[in-house]
Design a protein around this ligand. Sequence first.
Ligand code: WTA
Length: 560
Amino acid sequence: MSSNVSSHIDPIEGDFHLTNYQKTHDNFSWEDAKKLLSYGKTGKLNAAYETIDRHVDEGYGEKIALHYVDENGTKSLTFREVKAETDKYAQILKENGVKKGDRVFVFLPKTAECYIAILSVIKVGAIAGPLFEAFMEDAIKDRINDCTGSLLITDHELVKRVPQADIPSLETILYVEDIAKEDRTGNHGNELVEWVDPEDGLIIHYTSGSTGKPKGVLHAHRSTVHHIVTGKWVLDIHDEDVYWCTSHPGWVTGSVYGLFAPWLNRATIVIQGGRFKAENWYQLMEDLKVTIWYSAPTAFRMLMSQGDLHEKYDLSSLRHVLSVGEPLNPEVITWAHKKLQVRIHDTWWMTETGGHLIVNLPSEKIKPGSMGRAFPGIEVGILNANGEKLPAGEVGQLAVKAPWPGLMKEIWGNEDKFKSYFIYEGWYISGDLAYQDEEGHVFFQGRSDDMINSAGERIGPFEVESKLIEHPAVAEAGVVGKPDEVRGEIVKAFITLRPGFLASDNLKEEIRLFVRKNLSAHAAPREIEIVEDLPKTKISGKILRRQLKALEVEKQAVKS
Ligand code: WTA
């Protein structure tokens, strides 16, 4: 198969911080990064120590670590204060019997406590399991049960969605409101830090694929090396930066590039909860003088649809903007360049890869339509069905030479799944399809499986289908991603009804809410179509999602 997409848009040349970037980061390597961390000195490390406590030990305790913004205003904490808070939480975790390697979940909105709770879990050597705040009962139950989480940190509101009786491993629930009331000084040295091996478990993120329930992608403490290096090179963090990543730590972007990478590089981070609102986002950037901003194409498209709204705000502090999670349209890059006077730097990686692999470094030209080039030290390959490298211009499987420091350690309890990423000797297979041009720029062409990407969030069709057929009216279901201008794709469900049920808009809405209420809002189908029957394979009778998807794409083409 040959590519039919070529970038006709002129590249945008590398920008002003070229020299700054070169001076600061030249010759910085994975090995150098280890030396910045205790890893390089003792062979042991602790990601929570490296992320926060190290800065206090190195004399930066009074630097602002975070600004937390909500409707009541802005609250700021220094690195010393964040350390004290994580110490306090860590003490309480220890008193509750948490030991190295235990799985401890954190289910909180995007607040300072969410970040502190995650770090405290890591500090005592346990594995942090952050959960996205919009998850509902089944999503929570499946995840905690899968890796037998023993403790949960949440609040009095979100706990209502935790079906405790169905999670036998869960022994303890701690509430942030109660921890806040406890009066104890968190002024500890390093005695609460559990020094671990680079291969020890750090964080587990559940992510969706095309089959089965979400899988627990386990990362090790060694990922810290990947985080600190890409934080310097790709996020381009310097001491004076105010950094804002819009993702919730329940997603990998929110933990790796919302928490670890910026704090490893001692940035002041911004934490803002709540839903997207263009005015609030621009206002926040003006008020806090955000310099680096990491978000997703859906958000940029939503801002773009607001016309000249940006003109009301002073965004002059913004110097570096990055994007991830879904294809970034050339129009968005051009819009931001013209209207906001910034280049948007696309980045490609996955929950499984644990850090950036394909990037647009600040110093390099951007080719709109391309995700960028392999990060220095990373080898990207476009492979054919035999695992052989294809020449430039040919579309194939996007693969990366393994390993690298951030690569996942395992898929929890599922070795077969883990192995399925490495079917060709030496390569990690992403499941994405892409081609590379002569200069090594990578152009995304789609997924090779049925995984849905809506607003940058991975949604497994199987998970949604399973929930749909639990509804009494639904006989069968096939779920696909339908192309959408703003969200990239939306979740669309084709269903057949059980005898005795009549198709109606009310029924469709009821079914949609059923998924929303039990699974999560982001996975609930935005569109439901009731059909007479679903296309299936002749032999196994499996529903042919591909055919349903092709139909949707065709309909779209006719419309435009
Ligand atoms: C997609 C998010 C196009 C891709 C960090 C990948 C992208 C999946 C890009 C991983 C990009 C990620 N352009 N598509 N720049 N970045 N993707 O695990 O299909 O939530 O396999 O990790 O998102 O999503 P995940």
